[in-house]
Design a protein around this ligand. Sequence first.
Ligand SMILES: Cc1cc2nc3c(=O)[nH]c(=O)nc-3n(C[C@H](O)[C@H](O)[C@H](O)COP(=O)(O)O)c2cc1C
Ligand SMILES: Nc1ncnc2c1ncn2[C@@H]1O[C@H](COP(=O)(O)OP(=O)(O)OP(=O)(O)O)[C@@H](O)[C@H]1O
Length: 143
Amino acid sequence: MTTVIAQGTFDLLHPGHVHYLTDAAARGDELHVIVARRENVTHKAKPVLPDRQRRDMVAALDVVDEAHLGHPEDIFVPIERIQPDVIVLGYDQHHDDDGIRAALSDRGIDCAVERASAREPRYEGELLSTGRIIERIVHERVE
Ligand SMILES: Cc1cc2nc3c(=O)[nH]c(=O)nc-3n(C[C@H](O)[C@H](O)[C@H](O)COP(=O)(O)O)c2cc1C
Ligand SMILES: Nc1ncnc2c1ncn2[C@@H]1O[C@H](COP(=O)(O)OP(=O)(O)OP(=O)(O)O)[C@@H](O)[C@H]1O
């Protein structure tokens, strides 16, 4: 039984998110997703949707076995509880792979760290970024 963890903000869901989670799920038997708490999204604009709504939408996806809201202070607390075999980072996540490996090893967690693949747009106008969906809404709907 191989347990996999993926993580992210997942504000306005799009096919890039589905691609990432499908890729992560294919690397094991059970996929757990940690959804970042609003207070911990500091490297870009805060999510539009509430924590619980983002968690509920991720949990509704077929490839996801369980979606959890992240810990408010220590990102390793959910990992210690779930005991994954693999953590799959998104292709563009800003986290440092070796830094995470070192932190896991310090805590005695034996877990591989891998990177997911990217999905490119497949047709004209397909938007694979929450930030770009919001830009399009502002451009097309806000006077
Ligand atoms: C291994 C791992 C575990 C994480 N666990 C948590 C957590 O428990 N709580 C949380 O608020 N954020 C957690 N995060 C951080 C968020 O997922 C972080 O904000 C995330 O990188 C969002 O980036 P993105 O939406 O740009 O992908 C974790 C990140 C990683 C890489
Ligand atoms: N086109 C894509 N292909 C593969 N993975 C993607 C794609 N878009 C997003 N992801 C992955 O989904 C996870 C969550 O993404 P996140 O919530 O940051 O949304 P986002 O759409 O990338 O955000 P934004 O574009 O606003 O920064 C990240 O790990 C990211 O790598």
